[in-house]
Write a protein that binds this ligand. Structure first.
Ligand SMILES: [Zn+2]
Length: 478
């Protein structure tokens, strides 16, 4: 070891003057390890979640390599391994290549971590990583920040220098010289792993050799982005979905949306997810192992007020109370309905089931008139010879009950009568002349013929006339 110390070249990661360059560049240290498996000792001396963060940094580099090689080749990088031991847990007495230490003190400068490589000639023989648990003001760092710093320092241990850019297409550049606290795991970029492929190119021949280049630039076919991140794309016509975006491999994406979104007279009802996942529930938990595209399915509905009219278009009062609409019983007067045609089987009006003359056509929010099979026929009473019987009274009993007084011309307009079969009773001056069964099914003239003795009729008519006259006289006295 004595001779070795003298020959060792100590490389301390230095700031790279970020040059303005058309394409992002990564500095390579020009040295390399002679072996593909590195034994790492994480020293005890920090709370467990910080130790876990440091350990995870090595796993994530491995995940980044796997991700990169799957997409772009350079399979020899998969030969790189880290055997990570934790002091006091599973450490072995044998020698280590990389030592990770924690310092529970404010970092001396703006740096939150340090990596030191000890090399002999072009080959690294040992490396040390120091991770500060506090920033230079003394504020305790979050485990996530320590993880991000550890990831950066592992990059140096793997003989990478600094990158020229602060940002990739989907997140910060890990090997940028400055760390800005963030709430995401900053994975190695494609540029970092490509740089690693240049550094460890000797793994293709198994004859160790230092890298030829000192600067890595991505080939045009490899986009500059973070590795091991997948994009969960959410497509929704309604702006109500939470979640989506970039997720670290094996992370859980939580997507949620409201069931119903109301925008004035229009509302959207969530029907489920389609695309790469089919589901009905609005909240979705997704383990991210690839890119996903999810489409939120919405049904648009309009706020509709149905105005029921008689067949001839007059608004009914009262309005029906119960509807059989699209096979469902409905008792609201204001409804949320999808655009298009809705089947109105029947409505309940004054206790009678009445059919609608048209289906319900919804084209937008607002009032929609629906005529019902409710008629106002012109009622006429004649005697057996077809002569009019003036002043007759007709009583209808059926789906609804109604009474009509005819005038001198023996005609009278019926009130609203739901379509159906009625028993019509014709009376004159209190004398019942006939009782017949008739069907009301239109607004036309409904002629009721009474079969009575003309003498009786004449008598009744006289009586009715006298009563009418008496009433008129009585009225004029006022
Ligand atoms: Zn650095």
């Amino acid at each position: 070891m004595r001779g070795l110390r003298g020959a060792a070249l100590v490389l301390i990661s230095a700031l790279l003057a970020a040059e303005v360059s058309a394409s992002p560049q990564l500095e390579l240290m020009g040295v390399v390890w002679k072996k593909p498996t590195l034994r790492v000792l994480v020293k005890y001396g920090a709370p467990l979640d910080y130790i876990a963060a440091a350990t995870r940094a090595f796993k994530l580099w491995k995940a980044a390599i796997n991700y990169f090689t799957r997409l772009y080749g350079y399979e020899y990088l998969r030969k790189l391994h880290f055997e990570v031991y934790i002091e006091g847990f599973n450490s072995s007495p044998n020698g280590y290549d990389v030592i990770v230490e924690f310092l529970d003190e404010p970092s001396g400068s703006m740096e939150l971590g340090e990596a030191m490589l000890i090399a002999r000639g072009d080959y690294v023989i040992r490396a040390e990583i120091k991770l500060f648990l506090r920033d230079y003001t003394g504020v305790k760092l979050e485990p996530l920040d320590v993880l991000n710093v550890a990831l950066h320092e592992v990059g140096h241990v793997l003989c990478l220098g600094h990158a020229s850019r602060a940002h990739t297409a989907n997140g910060p550049e890990l090997m940028y010289h400055k760390y800005t606290p963030t709430n995401m795991v900053i994975m190695p970029s494609t540029l970092d792993i490509y740089g690693l492929a240049l550094v460890f190119e000797w793994l293709t021949s198994n004859r160790p050799a230092p890298p030829v280049q000192r600067i890595a630039e991505l080939p045009p076919n490899i986009p500059y982005r973070l590795t091991a991140y997948y994009y969960v794309q959410v497509i929704s016509a309604v702006d109500s979905v939470r979640g989506g975006g970039w997720y670290l491999e094996n992370d859980t994406a939580l997507l949620s949306t409201a069931d119903i979104v109301v925008r004035d007279d229009v509302r959207y009802v969530f029907k489920g997810w389609s695309g790469d996942v089919m589901a009905k529930v609005p909240n979705l938990s997704l383990e991210v192992t690839r890119n996903y595209t999810l489409v939120a399915q919405w049904v648009k509905q309009y706020k509709v007020q149905i105005v029921f009219t008689s067949a001839d278009g007059l608004k009914l009062s009262p309005q029906p109370t119960l509807l059989m609409l699209d096979g469902k019983l409905v008792n609201e007067s204001v409804l949320w309905l999808e655009p298009g045609e809705h089947v109105l089987e029947w409505v309940l009006w004054r206790g009678a089931k009445v059919r609608a003359l048209t289906n319900l056509m919804v084209e937008g929010p607002g009032a929609v008139k629906v005529p019902l099979a409710i008629w106002r026929p012109l009622v006429r009473v004649t005697d057996i010879l077809g002569l009019p019987v003036p002043f007759a009274e007709v009583e209808f009993a059926g789906p609804v009950n109604a009474r009509i007084k005819l005038g001198l011309d023996a005609y009278g307009r019926a009130p609203e009568l739901p379509e159906g079969v009625y028993e019509a009773t014709v009376a004159l001056g209190g004398l019942i002349l006939s009782r017949t069964t008739i069907t009301v099914q239109g607004d036309g003239v409904l002629t009721l013929r009474v079969v009575v003795n003309p003498y009786v009729l004449a008598l009744a008519l006289l009586l009715a006339t006298l009563i009418a006259l008496a009433l008129r006289r009585g009225a004029s006295q006022f």
